[in-house]
Design a protein around this ligand. Structure first.
Ligand SMILES: *Cc1c(COP(=O)(O)O)cnc(C)c1O
Length: 395
């Protein structure tokens, strides 16, 4: 039995901890891992196929293609959708770095748009439209923290301009827009199973979701060295030939085993996240120093939010982080710098401070508080008390 907690008895609240969930789930994880050992195939094997079927069913996707990370899922989705050198893809300036780097890794260029003023941290449709040029092939909204970006408006924009709509739904498991799971509103999306995500593995893993059989087939080829499947070849006999330069982006069966076990608790975990988010909001909405708490933006269609990250906007953010750290409370800054000002992209024309003011303000003011199914009410109380002490000037 593994003990994954760093120091059980230490005071404070870690930013992320899953030790009690794992203790409870370990027998089921062990059974799935035993299966992997019995079959002796540790990568791209039958557990991976089982997970693909299970997630296709959970999300309603026609095709689910398992890979080794959310980042590779994005790169392969883009490549499978035909994005490559000379193309541009519009992405929001406020996101995880991989939303932009995945585009660059295909040989295409990420072009940035600002986020909305509504508090959903999603890509602003008007700003996205302004970023479209003759070379634009796709727009790629990102569903951040707890709710989908404005898919109706962004989908309409893609349709009007003849562009692909690809979704960075790495954080989006369980989020639905008018009944459609994130990643499936447009041409395809991804899931990340990085350990801290709502459905997390014990290492890196990811998945492509799509209803498009051609994208699914191409992504399936690209993840495995571009292999076209077993073919009879006049030179080599029966062999695996590669038709394109693919990557080794296969998923490990041990990660698939962990994920199959965790999937049995996903809905319970999502409900627990909602309960904790509501408890935070009750304590923090309108509190001194707290400028904003998460709220679901009404876009006139039913939306299923899922709190992956509980994100607040606060005054004197960096001082608060230091105050919380001194009390042993872990926080994260998602994301400290907007993508157009990341060193990898900062030398492009127009990439100066002020270019995407809402993305820049979000980077300066937002803070992610500890939120995960294992968080206790006492832990949540300690976080909220430490925040109110800080703004009341109590050390
Ligand atoms: C986590 C994440 C990714 C990347 O997923 P990995 O599995 O860590 O490679 C991409 N985009 C967003 C928005 C994410 O949150």
């Amino acid at each position: 039995m593994p003990t994954t907690s760093i120091e059980k008895s230490s005071p404070g609240v870690p930013f992320f901890d899953q030790s009690s969930s794992f203790t409870e789930l370990w027998p089921l994880i062990g059974q799935h891992i035993d299966d992997v050992f019995d079959r002796g195939k540790f990568s791209h094997g039958r557990k991976v196929a089982e997970l693909e079927r299970a997630l296709a069913e959970y999300t309603g996707a026609r095709h689910a293609v398992a890979v080794n990370s959310g980042t590779d899922a994005l790169v392969l989705l883009l490549r499978a959708a035909g994005i490559g050198p000379g193309d541009e893809v519009v992405v929001p300036a406020f996101s995880f770095f991989a939303s932009a780097s995945a585009v660059s890794l295909t040989g295409a260029t990420p072009v940035f748009a600002d986020i909305t003023a509504d508090g959903d941290y999603g890509m602003d449709p008007a700003s996205a439209e302004a970023a479209v040029t003759g070379r634009t092939r796709a727009i790629m909204p990102v569903h951040l923290f707890s709710q989908p970006a404005d898919l109706a408006a962004l989908g309409a924009l893609a349709e009007r301009r003849g562009l692909r709509l690809l979704e960075d739904s790495a954080e989006g498991i369980g989020m639905r827009w008018d009944g459609t799971h994130t990643g499936l509103y447009g041409d395809g999306g991804v899931l990340s199973f990085f350990p801290t995500k709502t459905l997390g593995a014990l290492g890196d893993a990811g998945m492509i979701l799509t209803d498009d059989p051609e994208i699914a087939e191409q992504a399936g080829v690209l993840r495995h060295h571009g292999r076209m499947g077993r073919t009879i070849d006049h030179i080599a006999g029966i062999s695996n030939l590669s038709g394109v330069s693919g990557t080794n982006s296969k998923m490990d069966d041990v990660q698939a085993a962990v994920l199959l076990a965790k999937l049995t608790q996903l809905d319970r975990d999502i409900a627990r996240r909602r309960e904790l988010a509501d408890a935070y909001t009750e304590r923090l909405a309108g509190a001194d120093g707290v400028l904003a708490v998460p709220r679901t933006v009404d876009r006139g269609v039913p939306v299923d939010p899922v709190t992956y990250v509980y994100l607040v906007e606060v005054e004197r953010r960096d001082e608060l982080v230091a105050h919380l750290a001194a009390r042993g409370i872990g926080t994260e800054t998602y994301y400290p710098r907007p993508l157009h000002l990341q060193p990898a992209y900062a030398d492009r024309p127009g990439h100066r401070p002020g270019a995407f003011p809402r993305a820049e303000a979000a980077c300066a003011r937002t803070l992610a508080l500890p939120l995960y199914p294992d968080l206790t009410e006492a832990g949540l109380d300690a976080v909220c008390t430490a925040i109110s002490d800080f703004y009341a000037g109590r050390q």
